[in-house]
Design a protein. Structure first.
Length: 587
């Protein structure tokens, strides 16, 4: 494949600024003497179709086959594992791109030096503290609240960038065209993410459980339903306006990109099918979850990125004044498939090493810190480097329509010309505000949780039973008290989640929590205190068992998967057996 075929690239928050590229005279709207230009491609018609346009459909098909062939549980695990490895793997091309461009790095060196140092140092400091205090490394996951917020925006901007690239030959007013593509992308991403239920609720749940931000408890089911309905109506309204815009372009004789339209249809269609609760995806793959759907689209995002950055770096390697000598230029100056294969394998190896789980706590702490920093810098660097309006990026991507460059009136912005050196101290101050401030705010909230963090109550219950069997009474009592404390903390959260998202899994999880919390309050804790169980406590426990029966009955009646945290293989037969046992207790 020639360098010329790499007409553009993607990245994240600023790639959509391809709108800054003005169409040349050969790509303007047709008049009576000219005809509309043909569709431009990133790689080639076939490769774009496979890896970009219908990639969501193909990846979904592979995921469905995996769950059918290996079974729901194992198939879903394989999809999620591929997503985890590819997530980190596709960070590496960003760093190769940043540190391989000599001129870009020379001008913005402090940005590319301070940002990873601040992020990595902060993460290592927190993880070292957790290890020193004997806290579980899982407590570090509060950092990922920031990434959870950033990720959909990052993904949306990449999709928008593809739209602008495929729309390159459209001679409609530049600002109008870019705004229409951006509004369509935002409308559908916002609606699908919120309508999925899991993304927003999991985010709010993490905020409550990990940093003590009680936003979830203030959200009502009516408020959530209103938000989903509003975003859905806005998405449909935006789509109707967008179709009118396309019709206007067609009547004006402006180029309308078929590739862009098809890409939007496949991306938003597969996102909706796999993210939001619906009977179709459950009939195709019983046990399907939002996490699996998110992984499917995530794999598409990552494979596209691996391919496009490879093409960009190949174009960069043809410019010795910009490409870093040594391994970067040697590898990217070769167009052979084996070179691309080495590139992909190196990226996958990077992802595999960072995501591998080890028993050594300090090694895992280091990998967690590197993994977090890798993700954080991928998002940040992407938003920084992929300004395709810049002349140097267009040259590396062979995006100039004319051999001598665009006419003077169409000259695009140059990083090198507009650049003004910022003192290191000023850059450091900005980076501390950009990274250290939000991480500090999150850490302040998390530290209020660490001292009282008890983990999942089920784990403490099992541990208490095991210790009691071994005759370790004091240790068993400690674990039992930890279990009861965890139940008290998790009960209001579980009740709110069931109210907001009344699925079978939520009802089943709440049923067990109600039953076990009551059992501990009215039976176990009095026994540990060496006091007699009162008649009122027995009556109270009966009432709570009845409430648990109602919740589990609703879970079965809904007909959805019952598996939940702590009971990943929970079946309908097991649920009915539990119901019989509970009903005997209430007479």
């Amino acid at each position: 494949m020639t360098t010329e075929s790499a007409t553009a690239t993607i990245g994240s928050s600023s790639v959509g600024e391809l709108v800054g590229v003005s169409p040349s005279s050969s790509t303007r709207a047709h008049t009576g003497q000219s005809k509309l230009p043909s569709q431009n491609w990133l790689l080639s018609p076939v490769q774009d179709s496979l890896f970009i346009i219908i990639a969501p459909v193909l990846t979904l098909a592979l995921a469905l086959f995996s769950m059918y062939y290996f079974g729901a549980a194992k198939g879903a695990t394989l999809v999620l594992l591929a997503h985890v490895v590819f997530t980190v793997a596709h960070h590496l091309p960003t760093f190769i791109r940043v540190y391989g461009d000599v001129e870009l790095f020379r001008r913005y060196n402090w940005h590319f030096i301070f940002a990873p140092i601040i992020s990595l140092s902060f993460a290592l400091g927190v993880l070292a503290y957790l290890n020193a205090k004997g806290y579980a490394l899982e407590n570090f996951l509060y950092f990922y609240i920031l990434l959870t917020l950033w990720d959909p925006w990052h993904f949306m901007r990449q999709h928008y960038g593809f739209m602008r690239i495929y729309d390159r030959h459209n001679a409609a007013p530049r600002q109008l065209a870019s705004r229409m593509d951006l509004l369509l992308s935002i409308a559908w991403f916002a609606y699908i993410m919120v309508a999925s239920g899991d993304w927003l609720l999991d985010l709010l749940q993490d905020m409550y459980a990990r940093v003590q931000w009680p936003l979830l408890l203030s959200l009502s089911s009516g408020g959530l339903s209103y938000l989903v309905d509003t975003l859905r109506n806005l998405a449909f309204l935006t789509t109707a306006v967008y179709l009118c815009y396309l019709l206007w372009c067609w009547k004006k004789g402006y180029f309308v990109s078929t590739a862009k339209i098809l890409m939007c249809a496949t991306t938003f269609g597969v996102m909706y099918l796999t993210y939001t609760p619906n009977a179709l995806i459950q009939s195709l793959a019983p046990g399907w979850s939002f996490k699996v759907g998110f992984a499917v689209i995530g794999v598409v995002h990552m494979t596209q990125y691996l391919a496009i950055v490879w093409r960009f770096n190949r174009g960069l390697a043809q410019r010795p004044e910009r490409a870093r000598s040594g391994a970067f230029r040697w590898l990217h100056s070769r167009g052979a498939w084996w070179a691309a294969g080495v590139y992909v394998l190196v990226c996958l190896a990077y992802g595999d090493v960072i995501t591998t789980v080890h028993d050594n706590q300090w090694l895992m702490a280091a990998l967690l810190a590197v993994g977090f920093t890798s993700t954080m810098m991928h998002y940040y660097f992407d938003g920084f480097i992929w300004k395709v309006r810049h002349q140097q990026n267009q040259e590396a991507l062979s995006m100039r329509d004319e051999p001598g460059g665009a006419p003077e009136s169409q000259r695009t912005e140059s990083w090198w010309v507009s650049f003004r050196q910022t003192p290191a101290v000023a850059v450091l101050g900005k980076q501390l505000l950009y990274f250290a401030l939000p991480l500090s705010v999150l850490t302040a909230g998390a530290m209020t949780v660490w001292g009282s963090a008890t983990g999942n109550y089920i784990e403490h219950m099992y541990q208490a039973q095991a210790l009691s069997t071994q005759g370790l009474g004091d240790a068993a009592e400690h674990e039992a008290r930890q279990a009861y404390q965890a139940m008290q903390q998790q009960l209001p959260l579980a009740m709110k989640l069931t109210e907001l998202q009344p699925t079978s899994a939520r009802h089943a999880e709440l049923a067990f929590l109600i039953y076990n919390e009551s059992l501990y309050e009215n039976r176990v804790m009095p026994a540990l205190a060496r006091t007699q169980v009162t008649h009122n406590q027995l009556l109270k426990h009966r009432g709570k068992v009845q409430a648990a029966i109602e919740q589990l009955s609703q879970a079965i009646e809904r007909g959805e998967p019952l598996a939940h945290t702590g009971r990943e293989q929970f079946t309908v037969e097991a649920a009915r057996s539990i119901l019989m046992s509970w009903r005997k207790q209430v007479g």
